[in-house]
Write a protein that binds this ligand. Sequence first.
Ligand code: C5P
Length: 257
Amino acid sequence: MSRQETILSMEPAEAPKPNSLELSRQRLIVALDVPDAKSAMRLVAELEGTCTWFKVGLELFVAEGPAVLEPIIARDNNVFLDLKLHDIPNTVAGAVRSAAGLGVRMLTVHAGGGPAMLTAAKDALAGFAHPPELLAVTVLTSMDAAELHAVGMERAPSDQVRMLAKMGLESGIRGFVCSSQEVELIRTLTGPEGILVIPGIRPAGAAIGDQKRVAGPADALRRGASFLVVGRPITQAVDPVKAAISILGEMAEVVQI
Ligand code: C5P
């Protein structure tokens, strides 16, 4: 079984073959960008019959600490801890070790931390029986060419993403966060083994907000995404379950049984 099949497979071997809606559920990650545990658990309780993955990011983790993960994991959900670590190699390695013991299934570091930091992060997971998949964030989906230029990066976003992904691969990383616009190019670099996690997903009619490099759910999957991250189009919808079901429906049109 490939790495991607391993992380995508949530069902025991003897379970009936999941249909395309069920497979879509295994590939949709809801971003819990809320200020406190109470709001997070309200969303989890509401959505968990529909969604199986939840992302805890900086807003919630800084407010509540690791304790916020426990009730989400205890209810049999998969948790992606999106801390986007970026520091000197020794510090990031320590943070990765601390996070790896929390029972999360994915963890992010910034690819921009450089090869030594990425290698230290990867090496820090050695010895854990069930380490999280380490994902390197390439270029934030909220950044376009003008934003990159403002921080002194003159390459086009796709060239910057390609360079960072190559560097990540050389450091032993196989999971990347990028926008839907770069999925195909990273997929050609990683092959089917790559775990490509795509935020900036906007179903038709949804507000774009601060995101810049966006795509619809079906489009991102068609281009080669492994997982889609969706926050506000679900969490700020009048009916989050209805919004999630609608996105899953769009995904199911593309996901192969
Ligand atoms: O609300 P929205 O769907 O825009 O949320 C996207 C989520 O994905 C946020 O939690 C954000 O932190 C995260 N993310 C991103 N761009 C990246 C990496 C992560 O938007 N490159």
